[in-house]
Design a protein. Structure first.
Length: 349
């Protein structure tokens, strides 16, 4: 089956396109290497009356065992264009970590701490990826996308993307409306690396000179690798979707209860301010204090042996295995602390 300009395959297994390596087939599957392909795929899916799903690197994705009864469009639009003085326009299908390598090698600061995050450039604005003291929103100038409502390509300035912690317009209010085709970044040529994160500060504490961007990116990848948070072929701890739970934001008045349940003082519970009367709690801390420690789980899905927040496919796990573990953890943390955790990866199917 084909649209006029776009080859469309049928019954394509999705597991190999995800870092979890889990999930059934897509009823229809196509690759978009240009903006014309994106427009053609939207038209085709509408004509067939089937839903459309955008696939990037599949690193924040959990696919159900039944698969997806619609068209999966794999975003493969390529191209890194240097526009001068630290400005870049990058195709949605470029590998994010490749762009990081290129920009740090060119001496442009702003994304060095985001080295090693898997997935595509087009996936980064969706959940405003962040790590080790940086968030991608800090360097995004605008996002070019196909607006499925207005049926045209639009350039959304950063302010319209409504970036916040692991969220944007694209995964909240306007979910399914925009197909990101290109992202424009403004980096800082000759800028100093961001060394806000304690592990990074410790690593460079003895250094006689300010580390280079390339050095910082390499250290970040090293830290990630030690935690199973870098995709390394053959490492079962990275057969995951990264952090499986978001850090919950709760009323500050809940802190004494959380502390009591953990048998400590409220001031000893790790937390960060998160707006008027609110605090953010580390989900990993909640899991560990509810008994869900590294290596937890007797089945095919379990908690990573190196990172409490990553649920992993130990080999041959199904969606049902992951879902069972997810429910067990959510219920366990809620009954212990009265805090309900939310899943970070997107569910498909
Ligand atoms: C080992 C590991 C470590 C990770 N570490 C981090 C981390 O440190 N910080 C962090 O924030 N995340 C992390 N992640 C999560 C993930 O890498 C990011 O969320 C990444 O940006 C997802 O991009 P992707 O291309 O893989 O998106 P996918 O998983 O393919 O898709 C995720 C969502 O984005 C949508 N989407 C993808 N591309 C487009 C597009 N072009 N237009 C519109 N929508 C689109 C999809 O439809 C889906 O809803 C990690 C994941 C893994 C496996």
């Amino acid at each position: 089956m084909t649209s006029e300009s776009l080859p469309i395959r049928e019954d394509v297994p999705l597991a190999p396109f995800t870092t979890f390596r889990i999930g059934g087939p897509a009823r229809f599957f196509a690759e978009a290497v240009s903006e014309q392909d994106v427009a053609a795929a939207v038209t085709w899916a509408e004509q067939q009356g089937v839903p459309l799903f955008l696939l990037g690197g599949g690193s924040n994705l959990l696919v159900r065992d039944e698969g997806f009864a619609g068209l999966v469009l794999h975003m493969k639009i390529a191209g890194v264009e240097a526009l001068g003085t630290g400005a870049f326009e990058v195709g949605a299908g470029e590998i994010w970590d490749g762009f990081v390598s290129q920009s740090v090698a060119a001496g442009c600061a702003g994304v060095e701490c985001l080295a090693g995050i898997p997935g595509s450039v087009g996936g980064t604005p969706v959940q405003n990826v962040g790590a080790y003291g940086q968030e991608v929103a800090e360097t995004i100038v605008s996002v070019r996308a196909f607006d499925r409502q207005l049926r045209t390509f639009v350039d959304l300035p950063k302010q319209e993307c409504r970036f916040r912690y692991r969220a944007s317009l694209f995964n909240t209010d306007a979910r399914d409306r925009y197909i990101v085709t290109r992202v424009r970044f403004q980096l800082h040529p000759g800028g100093a690396p961001t060394l806000r994160y304690a592990d990074l500060q410790r690593h460079f504490a003895q250094a006689s000179a300010v580390p280079t961007l390339v050095e910082v990116a390499a250290v970040v990848r090293g830290i990630r690798r030690a935690k199973g948070m870098l995709i390394v072929e053959g490492d079962p701890d990275c057969r995951s979707a990264g952090s499986f739970f978001k850090n919950p934001v709760v009323a500050v008045s809940l802190l004494p209860e959380v502390a009591k349940a953990a048998g400590m003082e409220a001031s000893d519970v790790p937390h960060w301010p998160a707006g008027e009367g609110l605090v953010k709690l580390p989900a990993a801390w909640l899991l560990e204090h509810a008994g869900f420690v590294k290596g937890y789980g007797a089945g095919l899905a379990g908690i990573s042996t190196r990172h409490t927040l990553a649920l992993t496919n130990r080999g041959g796990a199904t969606f049902a295995d992951v879902e069972r573990l997810e429910h067990e953890i959510i219920a366990g943390v809620e009954s212990r602390f009265g805090v309900r955790l939310e899943r970070e990866p997107v569910l498909l199917g």
